[in-house]
Structure formats: C-alpha cells, structure tokens
Design a protein around this ligand. Structure first.
Ligand code: FEO
Ligand code: CA
Ligand code: CA
Length: 718
C-alpha cells in the first residue's frame, strides 16, 4: 500500500512527550476553550432545585432481559430493516439512485453463528493504552486516512494553503474537526457510498500560522473558520473486495457537498418556525437561518437522511450583557454569558457578521441549538432545523421505528446536570421507497410529542458518591418520560408550547427532570431495542452546592463517566415508562468504583469518558471516548451487551495525542469501522508551527476520517 499515513502495530511510530496539561475530564485546556468555551469553568447552567432522588416509585424490579418482547423487538427492528441497507441507512429509490441492499452486504441483524463461534463474538485482541502519535488498530487489521481537513471536495476547489485560507476556499474543502460520521449506500453492489461528516468547531491556533489572538485574525480568516464549520458529503468507493474505502477523486461526484455556517440556508420547521422568538432583522418571517453551529453527533434515519445536533452554540455569541433584562435568565440557562460583552475565548465572529452580536440581534441565538436534518441523496435540498425536537445543547438524535409505526428520536443535552429527552412523531412512517413515502417521511420530525426523563432508584439510601455497588447488585431503577409538549399543546405550567420548545432546558427544570452527568449519544440497539446512553463525566457532581451522586450518576466528582441501558416498558418505544441500569461504570478496572456488568475486571480494557456509541449488526456496543482521565490517548472500544460476554470491554483503536475519537460508524456488512479523529494535537502550547501531533501527514495535525478493516477481509470483531 502506498498511503504514507497507513501504519500498523509493527511500523515504527513516533511517541511524543505527553505535553497534555490535564484540563477537565482529561481534556487539554485548549480543547476546553475551543470546543465548549470553557463550559466547565463557568457556573453550572442548571441551577434549578430539582429533586435528585427518591421521588419516584422506588419499587422497580431489577432490569430483566426478558422484560422486552424479543418478537416485538425483532419486529421493531424489522420495520427499519425493510429499508435498512448498508450502514443502517436507507437509500431512497429515485431515478439514478439504486435500492440500498447490496449483495454480500453481510448477515442480517441477528444472523446465525458462523465458524463455531457465537454470532457477533468480538474476537480481536485488545490494544493496550498508549500515547503514540498515530492511529493504532489490533493485529490483523489495517487502517487508512479517508479524507482530512482542507482536501478539495467540490469542483474548482483549491488545495489547503494555511497561509491563504478564505471563506470561499474553505467552502469547497473538507471542513475542520470532523465529528459525527455516516456512510450511506450509493449502489446495489456495495461499491460506492456517501460519507456524511459533521464539522463541530475550529481551533484557529492550529489552523493559521502566526496566530496571536482572535482579534488579530483577518476577516478572511474568520470567514474561513465559519466555512470550516458545518457538514460535508463526500462520495466514496470500495478498494477491490476489501473493507477499505477511499474518496472518489475523478468524475462528476454529483453528491459531494459542503454545508457551512457561512452560507447554507436552513428552513425552520415545527411550532417555533415563524414565532417572534426566531424573527430577526435579516429574517423578519423567522423561517430561514443561515448556517449551523457546533454540529456534534447525529444519526441516520430509517428513511435515509442524516440528523445532526447543534451543541455548544452559545460560545459564538457576544453582547449578552446588552440583551433585555427579562431575557437574561434564558440566555444564562444556555451558557450565554450576560455579565460581560465578550465571553472568555470569544471567536469574534461578529467582526465578519454582526448577527453574532446579541446586543444588535438578540434572537439570533434562538435560531441555533436545534436538530438538523439533511438529505445527502439530494445535493440541492435545503436542510431543515426541526423545532419540535426542542432546543438545547443537542449532542445528536437517533431514531427507531416503534411497533406502532411512529418514529422515536432519543436525544441527550450534553452539559453537566442536564437531561435526557425523547420525541415521538405524530405521524407513522410510511414503508417502502416510493416518492410518496419519501415525501411523507421527510415530514415525520415536524410534529410530535417531546418528553424528558425522570429516573427512579432502587437503592437510593446506599448511594454515597463512592461508586460502591449497592447491596442489590445493581445501579438500577425505573423511570418515566414526562410529557413537555405535544404539537401546539404545552404540558408545562406557565410556558406556551413555543416557549417549551425554544427554552426546553427551563421546561425540563420546571418538571423536575433528572440531572445527568453530561448525556452525550443516546442510541437504540437495532438488535435488542434497548437504549444506550453515554454519560461522559461530571467534575461538579456532589461538589459544593451541586446535586450529589444518585444511583444513575453514582460517583461524586465523576471523572470517567458511565453507560446507561434503558429498556422501554413492553419493548414499546412510545411507552411513557421504562427501566434502566448501568452496565458499565467507566475507569481503570483496578479501581473498585468501576463496574463492567459483573465481568472479570482483570480481562477488560480501561476506559474513560464515553461519548459516542454505535452498534454492529450483532448488536455489540461500540463506544468512543472524549478525554481520558487515565492519561493515555482516546480510543474506540467494543463489548457484547447480551450473553456471557456482556461487559467484556476491549479496546479496538487509539487516536493521536490531544485527539478525541468521534463518529464511530460500522457498516452493516460489518467489514469496515469508520472513526473521526477530531482535534489531534490540541494540547495547550501547541500551534501549527509547533505541533503537538504531526498526524496524519508528518507536517502538522489535521482532523481526519479513518477507515479500519480486517486484513483477511472478514467481519470486524468476529
Ligand atoms: Fe461535542 Fe458532546 O460532544
Ligand atoms: Ca439498585
Ligand atoms: Ca460528542
């Protein structure tokens, strides 16, 4: 192979000194500044006095696998499977766009055992924790860089030239800091695909030579940063009959697309569209927003579109000190400072576009913080922001089709002490891939019911913040989905439906939702229908006047995070009650305050700060990390969640220093694992001239997408 970025465990590797000065959750202070505007240094935005335990019925039976109807779950999965092809996505039928299911695309969900080993057993040998400046995969696997920041992807695009980047140049190149990934089928034979990537944020110190501060950036550079945010769609092709995928570099590439904060227009849908809260001087009708901000995780819908979460949108705005007094508590609840003109680390985007100055345009901030839907199969289609799914720091959204045919989106609000949500559509999904079905399904997220989670506990009196397992042997309980709004009807006293959806955090406060340790990805397992929630960490849990540990968030000053497994009552995703447990409490397995579903801890890999989750076709849980409070590089892990291997967590991959592992995506043929390597070399003191990582090209660090496959062509893991 000639790709110079390709390395295996046997290649020589650079081991850079560990420059990282730990910030919060094991992240570099530089990451804290750029990614979320030093959120952890600000007061916890949730100052509500929600009760924190014991006010629900505490008589939950222990979570039982049998509580969910297997038949119902298979059927629920099968509703999606009718249109699920490669990569868990639907490829819509239309002229020139073939049906999705590729011959040889691998076993159906829940396939029979192969080769004497249980179906889906994870056989790879785990890799050790390390601090190497490269991507490491297990023996017998290989990887390549698929696409990196600045690569030309649209016609006429220039090569990356860090001394001459402008908004116009960057608008034709792959964006910065790739996060969520989806790989969607583009032909029947499994030879071509669409890569869809989020570009969450920029780090100007690592992008522009001679950086001395945001005030000193040229307007061209500010516009380049705005264009480096957003999303990309890139055509891929398979290499021979392997699990390796590369970018298509010749031909028309009609699906390639950039969505940017600079120029792309989004339509607002749902109850908030057109309301006074989202009207601005530039958009007096309140229906069209330019751009999307801080797109973190996302999901692929069963009808073949991509959802993307607008997360830390607060940090792009200045002038919060000048907003009307009655608005200030609303801004503060979303982390927008109202005490100073410029928040710490301000990007000064208002120098290029005054709408980021809230003193002039206070409603502009209300036009971000939504779930975005993009149709990658229609390169000219206008993306939409669905207000019916609420406004908060959306990590992402993942949809499953309920037995009834309604679609259900699970979502997390990634902030310390914020909440878990779900949305149930008013309409049912229409099966098939006719044009009528497609038109109908594109409206499913425009109206429905939004719920927030309130958890109950079985062992509340035993939780002391140490992480010690309760005497009943489980962190577990029941829970309720509390209805916030349904269509135009509010269920929150004192708030209209439009207010509930625009200020959803305040609605969650009002109904006493359960404060969680940074809910990131929330994703249904397509095989079992159970929901998995990654809670990354919470340095403030139990600190000062903040809420103390509870059974779902059982450690004070929680550095390592945990995984929640949630089972809807009756296996019905539209149910208003559920049971839950913690299968994994992360950290060093030698630490007694960790738990791996009761599996022999001497055989599991250490893991810290779970962030994004994904599933292979056997329903194994794959977890990527953001921050490693144990001192080694971030990575990707996998474990079975059913059967005797439940809790046998193994590390599959690591990324370079300073980087976060994002967007894991396992193709439905189980032959390729994609990850987004986000913010490599983001270590305080580093710059483009003095990089803390030179991955992937040996010069300076570039965020990039990596594809991993098995050398013998077999299925990942098994
Ligand atoms: Fe962008 Fe919640 O991580
Ligand atoms: Ca318990
Ligand atoms: Ca994330």
């Amino acid at each position: 192979m000639s790709d110079p970025t390709r390395e295996s465990m046997n290649d020589s590797r650079r081991s850079l000194p560990l420059l990282r000065t730990p910030g919060h959750g094991g992240r570099s202070p530089m990451t804290c500044l750029y990614r979320c505007g030093n959120a952890c240094d600000h007061p916890v935005p949730n100052q509500s006095a929600n009760p924190y335990f014991g006010d629900l019925v505490n008589a939950a039976a222990p979570v039982s696998d049998a509580a969910v109807s297997r038949r119902g779950l298979i059927r629920a999965g099968a509703v999606g499977a009718l249109v699920l092809g490669f990569g868990g996505a639907a490829a819509p039928a239309r002229a020139g766009t073939p049906a999705p299911t590729a011959p040889g695309a691998g076993p159906a969900r829940g396939a029979a055992p192969r080769g004497g080993r249980p179906a889906g057993a994870l056989s790879f040998k785990p890799i050790p924790p390390n601090t190497l400046d490269t991507v490491i995969v297990p023996n017998g696997y290989d990887h390549c860089v698929v696409v990196r920041w600045g690569e030309p992807i649209l016609p006429g695009a220039a090569q990356l030239d860090v001394r001459n980047q402008t908004g116009e140049r960057q608008s034709r190149q792959f964006g910065y800091n790739n996060d969520f990934l989806a790989v969607l089928p583009l032909d029947k034979r499994g030879r071509s695909a669409l890569l869809v990537a989020n570009h969450e944020y920029t780090n100007e110190e690592l992008m522009f030579p001679g950086f001395t501060g945001h005030d000193a950036l040229t307007v061209d550079q500010v516009r380049a940063a705005m264009a480096a945010h957003g999303m990309s769609v890139v055509e891929l092709e398979r290499v021979d009959d392997t699990g390796q995928w590369v970018v298509v570099r010749k031909g028309p590439r009609r699906y390639n697309r950039r969505i940017t904060t600079l120029a792309t227009r989004f339509a607002l849908t749902g109850p908030v569209a057109g309301s006074t809260w989202v009207r601005t001087a530039a958009d007096p009708r309140g229906r069209t927003v330019i751009g999307t901000l801080n797109n973190c995780a996302g999901g692929v819908t069963p009808w073949g579109t991509v959802l993307s979460g607008e997360e830390n949108f607060n940090q792009y705005f200045v002038g919060g000190d000048a907003v009307p007094a009655e608005l200030k508590p609303k801004f503060e609840r979303y982390g927008i400072t109202t005490k100073a003109r410029y928040p710490s680390g301000s990007r000064k985007w208002e120098r290029a576009d005054e709408r980021f100055d809230l003193a002039k345009h206070p409603n502009e901030a209300h036009r971000f913080g939504w779930i975005v839907e993009v149709d990658p199969y229609e390169p000219d289609s206008r993306p939409r922001k669905h207000t019916a799914l609420g406004r908060f720091k959306h990590e992402g959204a993942n949809v499953i089709v309920a037995k009834s045919g309604h679609v259900v989106a699970y979502m997390g609000d990634d902030e310390r002490f914020d909440y878990l949500y779900k949305f149930v559509s008013d309409k049912k999904m229409m099966k098939g891939d006719s044009a009528a079905a497609r038109r109908h399904n594109l409206t499913l997220l425009e109206s429905g019911t939004l719920y927030v989670a309130k958890l109950g506990f079985t062992s509340a009196g035993e939780i002391d913040g140490s992480g010690r397992l309760p005497s009943d042997g489980a962190f577990n309980g029941t829970g309720r989905w509390i209805k916030l709004v349904s269509g135009d009807r509010s269920y929150v006293p004192g708030m209209t439906a439009v207010e509930v959806l625009t200020f959803t955090r305040l609605a969650g406060d009002a109904v006493g939702a359960t404060k969680m340790d940074r809910p990131e990805d929330v994703e249904p397992n397509p095989v079992t229908g159970k929901i998995y929630v990654a809670l990354t960490n919470n340095s403030n849990r139990g600190v000062g006047s903040n809420a103390p540990a509870d059974e779902a968030n059982p450690r004070n000053a929680n550095k390592h995070g945990q995984i929640v497994e949630l089972t809807e009552d009756g296996g019905d995703h539209t149910a208003e009650s559920f049971s839950w447990s913690l299968p994994i409490v992360c950290g060093d397995p030698a630490d007694p305050a960790t738990y791996f579903a009761g599996y022999d801890k001497s055989r599991v890999s250490p893991i810290s700060c779970p962030d994004n989750v994904a599933f292979d076709s056997s329903g194994n849980l794959w977890i990527s990390t953001d921050g490693n409070a144990l001192g080694s590089n971030d990575g990707l892990f996998a474990t079975a969640v059913e059967g005797p291997e439940r809790g046998h967590l193994k590390q599959f991959l690591t990324v370079p220093p300073g980087a976060e592992t994002c967007g894991p995506f396992i193709t439905a043929d189980d032959r390729s694992v994609f990850v987004a390597v986000q913010h490599p070399g983001e270590v305080s003191g580093a710059s483009i001239e003095k990089p803390a990582s030179t991955w992937p090209d040996g010069d300076f660090a570039k965020p990039a997408v990596v594809c991993t496959w098995r050398l013998d062509g077999g299925h990942i893991g098994s």
